[in-house]
Design a protein around this ligand. Sequence first.
Ligand code: DAH
Length: 336
Amino acid sequence: MQEKIEIIKKEFEEELSKSSTLADLENLRIKYLSKNGSITLLFEDLRNAGREEKPVLGKSLNELKNYCQSSYQALKEKIESSVSSDFSSLDLTLPGRNTSFGRKHIVIKTLDEIKSIFKRMGFSIYDGPEVESDYNNFEALNFPDDHPARDMQDTFFINKDFLLRTHTSPVQIRVMKDQPPPIRAIMPGKVFRNEDINARSHCLFHQVEGLCVDTDITFAELKGTLFAFAKEFYGSDIKYRFRSSFFPFTEPSAEMDITCYLCKGAGCRICKHTGWLEILGCGMVDPNVFKSVGYDDEKYTGYAFGMGIERIALLKYGIDDIRILFENDLRFLRQF
Ligand code: DAH
């Protein structure tokens, strides 16, 4: 075996001296140092060596391996650096290669636009984790364990206490637990629901949550802020209306509709001939939510709202199937 080691070393040195390109070197590496290379295979032979000679042979074999590896590496670096500083093959008269730039997905574009409008109105931006506690997602938001409102959201539970958040509202809880009022914040992010995937709904989508808490915050402020947002986003000629609704974490609760920006209220396919489009849910923060984060519900009032981004993007770009947003088909994405 010692002989074999010597022979291999000689052969390696000879071949190394003849190697002048990276391709030669790669062949050399495969022949000697790869998984089936002759040096690696010698290590397998070592198993059959006698007890006494094993340590000696092992040592020479290791030396051989280290020697070959470092000689190979040194030559490789030398060739690479000479290749990168050799400009003789560079033809500066050749036309350049086009770099194609990526672009933002329309969901992200829509999200960015929404964020920038609220930022200009003085809102800060927060985010929270997608894996959330049952407590933050439901309990602290005034959904007790057996509350029927939990049926509104089919949930991906991770275990008894944790789940994939079904809405961005739990980030309200995190923000309020983190700091005292005043708060004026939006919280964008991914949400998950255990729903069948079809043209209208998906198990994954994005929402933006909004929260404003201070002394003397009124429903009029909620309306003013959301109308200012809608005018900025959909155009100043839209009209709006609030319909009363129910959410466990707001009281009173409402849904906001705007006149369909396509038919301007006359009725069309997009607004299902009603002239109106629902764009978000909102309301005044329920005192029970303030209690769960330790805020004084006598002193503070606040409003909250939440909107689904995919829905807004689909409406804005006139797309009628949500699934296409998640397929990453470049022929579709390149159109925006
Ligand atoms: N979390 C609600 C949902 O997922 C949306 C929502 C409604 C958020 C009203 C709010 C709100 O903050 O006040 O459907």
